[in-house]
Write a protein that binds this ligand. Sequence first.
Ligand SMILES: NC(=O)c1ccc[n+]([C@@H]2O[C@H](COP(=O)([O-])OP(=O)(O)OC[C@H]3O[C@@H](n4cnc5c(N)ncnc54)[C@H](OP(=O)(O)O)[C@@H]3O)[C@@H](O)[C@H]2O)c1
Ligand SMILES: *[C@@H]1O[C@H](CO)[C@@H](O)[C@H](O)[C@H]1NC(C)=O
Ligand SMILES: *[C@@H]1O[C@H](CO)[C@@H](O)[C@H](O)[C@H]1NC(C)=O
Length: 390
Amino acid sequence: MDALSGSPLGWLCLGITALFGVTMLCMDKRILAERANVLVWRLLPALLGLLSVATLGAGGGLVVFCAVCLVSSAYLGGRVLLPVGDKAVLITGSDTGIGHALAKYLDNLGFVVFAGVLNKDGPGAEELRQTCSQRLSLLQLDVTNVTQVKEAYLEVSEKVQNTGLWGVVNNAGILGFPADGELLPMSMYRRCMEVNFFGAVELSKTFLPLLRKSQGRLVNISSMAGGIPLPRFAAYGASKAALSMFSGVMRQELSKWGVKVAAIHPSGFRTGIEGTPDLWDKQTKELMEKLQADTKQDYGEDYLLGLKSYFLHMPMHCDADLSPVLNAVLHALLAKRPHGLYTPGKGAYMSLCIFCYFPLWFYDFFMSKMASTESVPSALRTSEAESKDL
Ligand SMILES: NC(=O)c1ccc[n+]([C@@H]2O[C@H](COP(=O)([O-])OP(=O)(O)OC[C@H]3O[C@@H](n4cnc5c(N)ncnc54)[C@H](OP(=O)(O)O)[C@@H]3O)[C@@H](O)[C@H]2O)c1
Ligand SMILES: *[C@@H]1O[C@H](CO)[C@@H](O)[C@H](O)[C@H]1NC(C)=O
Ligand SMILES: *[C@@H]1O[C@H](CO)[C@@H](O)[C@H](O)[C@H]1NC(C)=O
């Protein structure tokens, strides 16, 4: 404390520190939940400032104080949420899974929700009708059907005449059948592109005039498989990668209009996306029918029939609690400064980091270790056995 009492500069610093601490404490009432956490971040600069004035002297103290102030305001800036008010949001693919949960979640928070559904008479739509508020409107919306996209646009733009449309969440998506890219039929590649990429592009292009008017938000639910290469996801991953790249470009282009765009790359969550045993059988059959005889022989029938067991292992890696994804979308919709990319779910961030910051061979090695339980194609099994015999 000698440094402090000894110098007038020390007292000045102390005064400024206290003043900043108090004003920061009183500023911005619209902070997200975690009050205690926020309080700590507000007080931190003042406390550290004081401490370092005492130990390092006035100059050092001021430097530390300023640095901590910057860090803490950057941290808190990321948490400031805009009020929900009467903001209207359109979500595609609300029949099941993430879109369905998101429609309920946002409705509950007070948003005016437009829930696009693939089947307006289906059980998912019916449940939304029964459990959600009067604010929620259901839209018949197959994102690959131009007529339906146009009709949805007319209905939404009529209903939001006064308030505008704040957000569009491109959620509708299909996974297709996870199998080696060589085996997947062309129809699977086309279908994934059609729904996951062209569907989202068409929808975004249609609704962007409304978003530009409200300076709102565009949120794309892409996937971890769209950011990093994952075995068996050639068709799905490529369609999601196209969506992610489009998103990145749009983020740059739309910033001049005040529209913020965010992409969400979830890892595995338990939803309806994996389909049903009946569907897997149908997809396996289609895949085998389209294969050439020699390819079929090389991979072997048991390998091909075993492909669908991937789905049986999936629940182990997938989280049933969707709240990380819901929170990420909420942040993307309401944060004053939303992130460009969110990675909710187990392993999503770590895998991305390994892909981005390590050599490719290391990433491939890491992935092969993760998938070590996979079965081996028949032709490789026989050659393995032969080399053992030698
Ligand atoms: N679950 C995960 O682990 C995970 C991981 C990464 C990314 N994602 C992404 O998150 C999004 C939501 O997936 P989810 O897991 O919630 O799967 P989901 O339960 O299958 O939800 C997707 C929804 O989109 C609908 N849909 C399919 N084709 C459509 C079309 N042409 N037009 C409009 N809607 C259509 C589906 O309707 P039907 O059910 O009637 O087919 C379904 O309601 C997808 O974009 C997916 O790629 C999911
Ligand atoms: C597109 O939607 C319209 C209107 O709902 C419907 O009549 C038409 O059959 C749909 N087209 C396709 C290809 O599904
Ligand atoms: C989402 O994708 C659409 C179409 O691909 C694109 O227009 C939009 O900018 C993307 N937005 C985000 C936030 O990724």
